[in-house]
Write a protein that binds this ligand. Sequence first.
Ligand code: ADP
Ligand code: ADP
Ligand code: ZN
Length: 216
Amino acid sequence: MRLILLGPPGAGKGTQAQRIVETHGIPQLSTGDMLRAAVAAQTEVGKRAKAVMDAGKLVSDEIVIAIVSERIDQPDCANGFILDGFPRTLVQADATEQMLAAKGLDLPTVIELKVDDEVLTERIAGRYTCANCGTGYHDDNLKPKVEGVCDKCGSTHFKRRPDDNRDTVVARLQTYYKETSPLIGYYYAKGKLQSVDGMADIDTVTADIEKILAKL
Ligand code: ADP
Ligand code: ADP
Ligand code: ZN
């Protein structure tokens, strides 16, 4: 099963991807996570990406395409994968198609999460993750069962992203509408688009996605 999760920052792509990983056993390929790892490791890519990410702009197509193309060659992607936050431009979308065609693979199913801007700002402002295992939480919408303790790994250390502040969110939303939202029409025209109401609560969104996956 190959999937693309498409939607603005804070739409719930990462949250739903983590659930699909657990239910379907395919890996989540988040370009945001991969780039943050490169920034933390201070690699050449990380050094180039950091300022761009902090400004809410997009890292170059060339860099992210190279990262993804290397990643999908790994053995754990043989039975499928979830692309979370990639492709984000039409150039990346064309590259994805070519990358998969070279492996004899069809285009993935694209699941679009639709969420209003006002809600996105609240979601991003309240977002944090476990510093140890990366499980995502929210100050109001998704708290750990025991306060201050990660449900999944028991860690008591959490982190917030430097770009999850109200100023950068505006820039990221602008970037989304300009560069990424054209992909909705692109995949619709290819008969690959499935849209889900991302305003619903987390479990309802998961159930709606599962209904789509059941038909694949
Ligand atoms: P994205 O990966 O699309 O940027 P996330 O999955 O990180 O978004 O979600 C952003 C924040 O909103 C997280 O803190 C998450 O817990 C919360 N969240 C995700 N989906 C929902 C939802 N359907 N309803 C309420 N809060 C949600
Ligand atoms: P979001 O919560 O906004 O969906 P991500 O974790 O997917 O955040 O991405 C964080 C940042 O990493 C983006 O604002 C952008 O700078 C960079 N990034 C992630 N994926 C891509 C991509 N496919 N192309 C270009 N830049 C990307
Ligand atoms: Zn954890």
